[in-house]
Design a protein around this ligand. Structure first.
Ligand code: GLN
Length: 300
């Protein structure tokens, strides 16, 4: 028999509520609401309520929830069933080993962006005192991962959203990197705010074609900021600006590293070539989608 949480008979609500049973009920609710990986989602939420790690849940299956925990749990499961992203509910996400706070003002960092971060860190580590720019920093994930790996680097991060920058600054602070990253509130399309020549530019710009946004998963469509998703009619709006206005700010041996949407790698490469750049590599993600384009400003 299936119960919605608010339909559970009072008699059983007043009994001790055991973790294992609550998890079991939540999985059914989340599955019925179309949440992918319902069991894993329920476990993350329960670990959040109990203040433990997900692996530790195995030892807590027989524990009971206090009334306060039970009410928090009910609310979290109901919110997740309304397709509010898991990361918004637990408040943070891990990116390249850093814990980052996320909210509705920023894109939830994705695993594919870690590929960009790793490639960027590899390059930054080889330079003496690199000057680095992260365009459209959002939660600050790329700037933070790169700054940590490049102790002598100067990292700049820009975003048009004041709310995103506030969050990114908090994330840098939380990870002991606030002195290492300079944040700029600016529209990237208005040109590069940094005067000096750059060693590395990274960006995960909005790249979803406008008409496709309505076809995305509800969590993304309704809760990631449209500002961070919408790349215009063909999804390529920001790549025009990134290639036309930013390639020339790189030092001759510098690098431009861009995350791109499914099927965009070739078109973005064409733009890079059009503006005099040279495509050095295209990296695929775990789903074998060409995801990261690595370029230099000339024929270096
Ligand atoms: N990777 C995100 C998604 O596919 C989109 C991010 C972006 O537009 N940069 O949902």
């Amino acid at each position: 028999m299936r119960f919605w949480l608010h339909e559970i008979p009072l008699s059983s609500q007043s009994l001790s509520v055991r973790v294992a049973e609550e998890l079991h009920k939540a999985v059914i609710i989340l599955e019925d609401s179309g949440v992918e990986s319902a069991a894993v989602n329920a476990q993350w939420l329960m670990a959040h309520v109990l203040g433990c790690n997900r692996p530790e849940l195995g030892f807590r299956q027989g524990s009971t929830l206090t009334a306060e925990q039970k009410s928090q749990w009910n609310q979290l499961v109901a919110e997740r069933a309304r397709r509010i992203p898991l990361q918004h509910l637990i408040g943070s996400v891990e990116f390249c080993g850093f814990e980052l706070v996320v909210n509705k003002h920023v894109l939830v960092p994705r695993p594919e962006t870690e590929i960009l971060a790793e490639e960027a860190c590899k390059f930054a580590k080889m330079r003496e005192s690199p000057v680095i720019l992260d365009i459209g920093t959002g939660s600050g994930c790329l700037a933070i991962a790169i700054a940590a790996q490049s102790p002598k680097g100067a990292v700049h991060a820009l975003d048009i959203s004041q709310e995103a920058l506030k969050l990114a600054q908090g994330n840098a602070n939380r990870n002991g990197l606030s002195e290492r990253i300079i944040f700029h509130e600016t529209d990237m399309r208005e040109g590069c705010p940094i005067e000096e020549a750059l060693d590395l530019i990274v960006s995960n710009p909005p790249y979803i074609p406008t008409a496709e946004i309505d076809t995305l998963q509800e969590e993304v469509r309704e809760h990631d900021p449209r500002l961070a998703l919408d790349g215009g009619e063909d999804g390529l709006d920001y790549y025009h600006s990134l290639t036309m206005n930013y390639l020339r700010h790189l030092k001759p041996q510098g690098r431009l590293m861009l995350e791109v949407g499914d099927g965009q790698a070739q078109k973005v490469s064409d733009l890079i070539i059009k503006y005099g750049g040279c495509v050095l590599d295209i990296l695929s993600d775990l789903n074998n989608v060409e995801r990261i384009v690595v370029a230099s400003p000339g024929n270096s």
